[in-house]
Design a protein around this ligand. Structure first.
Ligand code: HEC
Ligand code: HEC
Length: 99
């Protein structure tokens, strides 16, 4: 039996795999533009009921994030980067939350 074709196929599959693992030439990333929702940082670690500690309503989150505001001693609250989406903490995990 002629084994040459089999050897050629196995070798080329191997070369392809090595190349793609090294990120050369072949790109198997089918969704390169997926954005990761940043999890919520603990804004006031010394308070149990800080604004990032519990999700009450979209409206309460948007008080600070609709336009973005400067909070003294804490920093700048970033303006929301997307259209209105309900249930903010289904994507932006509360501090310490796991999926
Ligand atoms: C009192 C104002 C205030 C409220 C209310 C508030 N945030 Fe924030 N948020 C901030 C500030 C200030 C930062 C920036 C923190 C930093 O730079 O460390 C921030 C940062 C963020 C970030 C970027 C990731 C991070 O934590 O650094 C997201 C996402 C976010 N907030 C979502 C939310 C959601 C969802 C809610 C409602 C549960 C919410 N925020 C309620 C002030 C607020
Ligand atoms: C379906 C998932 C999803 C939901 C629901 C959602 N977000 Fe986001 N959010 C994202 C993603 C993804 C990003 C990052 C976008 C980017 O980097 O361009 C983001 C970015 C943000 C940022 C900017 C953070 C920064 O560091 O600049 C803020 C603020 C924010 N979201 C607030 C909210 C608030 C408030 C709500 C609820 C009213 C909410 N999000 C609901 C997915 C979500």
């Amino acid at each position: 039996m002629n084994r040459l074709p089999v050897i050629i196929i196995i070798t080329s599959v191997g070369i392809f795999t090595v190349l793609s693992v090294c990120g050369i030439g072949v790109n198997f990333n089918l969704a390169p533009d997926i954005k990761v929702p940043p999890p919520l940082s603990d804004l006031f670690p010394n308070q149990d009921e800080g604004p990032h500690q519990e999700f009450k309503s979209e409206k309460e989150c948007l008080v600070c994030h609709q336009t973005g505001v400067e909070i003294p001693n804490i920093g700048n609250s970033p303006k929301i980067k997307h259209e209105y989406r309900r249930n903010c903490t289904s994507c932006h995990l509360l501090p310490g939350a796991q999926i």
